[in-house]
Design a protein around this ligand. Sequence first.
Ligand SMILES: [Zn+2]
Length: 408
Amino acid sequence: MSLFSAGEWQQYQRHIQLEQVGIEGQFCLKNAKVLVVGAGGLGCPVVMYLGAAGVGNITIIDGDSVSQSNLHRQVLYAFSDIGKPKASVAADRVKQNNPFISVSDITTHLSASNIDELIAKVDIVLDCTDNFTTRLLLNEACLAHRKPWVYASVLGLEGQLALFMPSSACFRCVFHDLPTDIADCNSSGVLSTLPGLVGLLQANTCLEYLLNPQQENLSRMHLFSGKNNQIRSISLQQNPQCDACAPSDRGAAKKALRYKQSNETKQAELNTSTSDDEVNIHEAEKSLLALGPQVFVQQLLAVRNLKGSSDSAVRKHAVLLDVRSADEHRGFNIGGQCLPLSDDFTDVFHAKHAERTKSIFIYCQSGKRSYEAAALLQAKGYGRVYSLEGGLGELLRHPKLVEKLQEG
Ligand SMILES: [Zn+2]
């Protein structure tokens, strides 16, 4: 009886030849079980390389589907995958590379209601999400189940990475004052290659651990700069007062997790999203001014056609306003005037449009700036002001609406 099938033996030759892996190491990988949370920018390289390396049991959890704005960094996905669930597309792609492993996919967000079951059966967890709420949940669950996890995050040109072991400094020791509104790569920009680079470091950390789980972990955070390709490492110290892992509270970690479940399930489900164009506007406020793409376009066209469709009529009754920067407007726009949101926005607008009877339709990239602009104009006494909810990011998911707008 052999440890590997003929196919596996062929597939893993270059690993087996490597002194640091060898037959023993490859067999460890074959029996390893990992959970990958998120199949976005970090998750794509992580699952591809862990699968290719022969990690025998991979579970991918992600509740989102592929959108076009993912493709510049999530290179596992094809243009034809837009709209399909990420977890299942990623699992299929990994199995195409390596049919000798088991890959399961779960199309839902990680939450307090499913995290225990998922973590209990794996050897290590990879955090490929983009938000602090999920990381906090992961930290507590991994402490409670005594499992290691690899944290990573990317933003702009910077990336961070750390392996958190149950017996060393935890995530909460490092980030004690958790930011609630920190930008992530979905609401801000990220260089295409950054998640790829940091995701590979994350996969490498995972392989290192699986090949030698007993090795002493030097608790360190690695900071990667995409500007000069430099990695700095800083030591992490356990915080004796840490809410999550302080020795006196260790036994209470599980209790704390249970306690948080009822409150955080909903929050975590909301926040594990890896979809783009997140808008943090209170729902009730939003409904006053914001219109979804369908209604926004319908209303705009209705007002434009109200008194004939000549240019002057359009100018008279409907104002279409792009409140992004001039650069963004030049890059792509759906028409209208460009008037970037700034301190003197309302004054500049008022100078151009003194009469308050016009219908004003405002757009930006995500719906956040346009909402702010609409609220400012409303406060100045403009009655009919509408913000495009979800912005161009959302509108562009409906090509027929864009066509209609361009025709109208
Ligand atoms: Zn801690």
